[in-house]
Every structure is written in structure tokens, then in C-alpha cells.
Design a protein around this ligand. Structure first.
Ligand SMILES: [Mn+2]
Length: 318
């Protein structure tokens, strides 16, 4: 509670507040930023600004309502970072000058969070960043209205893969139930959240055709030209990795995506290995069962290196 008193004081005493979520934002990151914006609005006359270095994927636009994210670092004296394990997940490398002498609040649920910021509200046992902010509202006894209830629901739904991942806890289901009590219609929201564009589905067929499985490790790739050929966007591939996890006998899944200056790799584990600590060895991170990293290598090089590391880890366990 002491950290919440501090949080309220710092919000009230700041002039320009920016709420930021990580690059390549997912549903939890976007929803957590919007929920934090509602929190700031409750205590502050001025609306906060929302920052995300990447464009907000089209599929999440419906969540925004009247809010807009800016991609240009605005002037501020308080930064509230949500769902971000480190400052480098939020800002481009040359952003340091914007952060000097600024107050930073760090609200996150990643085990790999590197404890930046003067005020840290971090709970690695929370299902999502949204769950942490939900409890902030409850403890501060701030009323949650239906639009905010929908935002929380989308964030928790997204981060738990629709209440099926290992982070689906008694608390997360309890919150979902309370949110439905506040007027959330899961059927309608989930239809919007899961809606795929036709080009996104065309991209999926291309990516699925690259699947290969070796020693319990499933892999697939996305090359830039697949995006062009299907006129899809990178963000269309957000949940593709679940197709690997669903394959019988697969223990670890690896989805490699080609980026401008290297390869972005998403990892999932059924529990046999800790992909967070594996990803951290390469400067990435996340959670024990779901993590990511980037390598300045081509897809074949990156695949070779990470597959070797995964197979080595698996051998250690047996
Ligand atoms: Mn999250």
C-alpha cells in the first residue's frame, strides 16, 4: 500500500505525464497503458500522453477509444512504464537525453524486469500487467467503469492466451469474472480480439508451410518477402507460435522472424526448460515459459545457434 500512496503522490505532483508501453506491443501492453491512463486521469487534471515506439496494430485499434499513442518522444517530467522489462524495450537507443532527471514508475510482471525507475510495482506472479493495475484500482477503491473493464479483460485475455496458458490463475479468472459482472461481454470482445484479416490468414499459410520439428523442438520462419506476397503486416503474426505449441510431442517452440537488422525469435516452453534464462543469455528475456530475443544474424544462422542451445538445455534435464 505504501508504494500506492507514493504512486498517487507522484502522479498528483507531476506536470506532464507520459505512459509508455514496449515496442511491438501486445494486447496486455496496450491495455495496461490505457488502464494506467485512466488511473492518471483520476488524480490529475491533465490527460497523460501515451507513447509507443511502434505503430499500434490494427487489431487493437478498437481498444483505444479517444486515446491516441504518439511515436515521438514527448516532453515530460514523469514516465509511467508498463509491461516493459527494461527501458530499452520502450525507447530507441539514442533516447537517454530524454530520460535525464525524469521520475520513472515501473509497473510490470516480467521476471526479467531489470528494476529500473525510482518507484517499482513489479509482481512476477501476476498473470499480466493489467492484473497489477486492476489491483491498484481495487486497493485505491477507484470505480471501474465498463470501458475500462473491457480494457482489463482484453489485456488479461491476451496475456493468458484466452485463459489457457500457465499464468491462468485463480486470481486472473476471478478478475475476469468480476469484469463480466461490470458489463463485459466476452463473446463480443473476443470476436474482435481474434479477428484476422484475410491477408493475415494468407501469411499464416505461408509461415505454417515452414514448420519443422527436431528433438521435441518445433520451428518455423517468417521472411520479409512473405509479408509482401500476402500484403500482411508483421503484427499479423503475433499468435502464430501457438500452432507450434499445439503439435503433439513438441516441448519447445521457436518462431523466427526476419527484421531489418537481424532476426527476432519468440520462444515457448511446456516447462521442460526455462526460456527466460535462455533468452537472457542473448540479451532478451520474458517469462519462464514464454520469452523472446533478437540476434543480429540471418534466420538460418539464428536458428542454428538457438536450436543448439535449446537442445543442450533439454539434454541437461534428462
Ligand atoms: Mn504483459
Amino acid at each position: 500500500m505504501r508504494s500506492l500512496t507514493k504512486l498517487v503522490r507522484i502522479i498528483k505532483n507531476s506536470r506532464r505525464i507520459v505512459i509508455a508501453t514496449h515496442r511491438d506491443p501486445d494486447g496486455d501492453g496496450i491495455a495496461a497503458a490505457l488502464a494506467a491512463a485512466h488511473l492518471v486521469k483520476h488524480y490529475h487534471r491533465k490527460k497523460p500522453l501515451l507513447f509507443c515506439h511502434s505503430r499500434i496494430p490494427f487489431k487493437y485499434q478498437f481498444l483505444l477509444g479517444d486515446w491516441k499513442f504518439t511515436r515521438k518522444i514527448p516532453d515530460f517530467d514523469l514516465l509511467i512504464a508498463v509491461d516493459s522489462a527494461g527501458i530499452s524495450r520502450i525507447f530507441p537507443k539514442d533516447a537517454e537525453q530524454h530520460l535525464q532527471d525524469k521520475a520513472i514508475v515501473n509497473i510490470d510482471h516480467h521476471r526479467s524486469n531489470n528494476s529500473f525507475g525510482a518507484l517499482r510495482i513489479i509482481d512476477e506472479n501476476a498473470s499480466s500487467a493489467c492484473e497489477i493495475i486492476y489491483f491498484i484500482f481495487k486497493r485505491l477503491r477507484i470505480e471501474i467503469e465498463k470501458p475500462l473493464a473491457e480494457i482489463f479483460y482484453c489485456g488479461i485475455y491476451n496475456e493468458t492466451g484466452g485463459f489457457v496458458y500457465a499464468n491462468t490463475t485463480e486470481e486472473s479468472l476471478q478478475i475476469a469474472s468480476e469484469l463480466v459482472g461490470l458489463g463485459v461481454r466476452p463473446d463480443r470482445l473476443v470476436k474482435q480480439l481474434n479477428a484476422k484479416t484475410l491477408s493475415g490468414t494468407a501469411l499464416l499459410t505461408k509461415v505454417l508451410s515452414t514448420i519443422e520439428v527436431k528433438g521435441g523442438v518445433a520451428m518455423m520462419y517468417l521472411f520479409q518477402d512473405m509479408l509482401e506476397r500476402s500484403s500482411a503486416e508483421m503484427s499479423d503474426s503475433e499468435n502464430f507460435i501457438s500452432f507450434l505449441e499445439a503439435i503433439k510431442g513438441v516441448r519447445v517452440s521457436m518462431f523466427l522472424r526476419e527484421e531489418k537488422d537481424g532476426t527476432r525469435i519468440s520462444l515457448r516452453s511446456d516447462g521442460i526448460i526455462d526460456v527466460d534464462s535462455l533468452a537472457r543469455r542473448y540479451g532478451g528475456g520474458g517469462h519462464r515459459l514464454a520469452a523472446g530475443l533478437r540476434l543480429r544474424k540471418t534466420i538460418p544462422e539464428a536458428k542454428k545457434e538457438i536450436l543448439k542451445a535449446i537442445l543442450h538445455e533439454i539434454r541437461q534435464t534428462s
